[in-house]
Design a protein around this ligand. Sequence first.
Ligand SMILES: [Zn+2]
Length: 181
Amino acid sequence: MAEVAYWWRGRLYRGGEAPPLAVPLKLVEVESVEWLCPKCGERAEWGPEPKCPVCGARCEPRTRVEEVPELVDAVEALERAFSRVCRARFRGAVLLEPWGAFLPLFTWRPLDLELPDGSRLVGAYAGRPRFLKRGFRNGSAFELLGNLAAIVWSGFLECLAFEVEEPEKLVELLSASAGFI
Ligand SMILES: [Zn+2]
């Protein structure tokens, strides 16, 4: 049974110690092979063959089982993190032009929060995404009541809209724990 750890700003935490918006991640077991010295346990140095850097003995392969956090994308990570403090449902994404008319910079709370997949959450917004209605691609625009929209920067401005309970509270929590730019 895989254990659950909590990821926050590049570190893993146990349940009791995890900050409120930490992302729950399953730890998955992966096998790796290490070449070790049979006498002193040192890691091999690789020349023409694997040799111990201390005694020069020929090293041998040993299989190790390591626990690593599963990889989740930004949507999944944010949905899990937000769901720990309020119910969250992902409602859609849109690409925003960085300097377009639909990017109301003054209404966003700028943040800088790294996500497990390496992308960054650069801003959060609480309220109805009126400005998104014309920006949504693929299908009809939709309106969310009392939602939160989050922006993730990953080479372009992608706005991910989540429907959450108490969006103002979530934005406050994000601001307090993610730090202002
Ligand atoms: Zn050795």
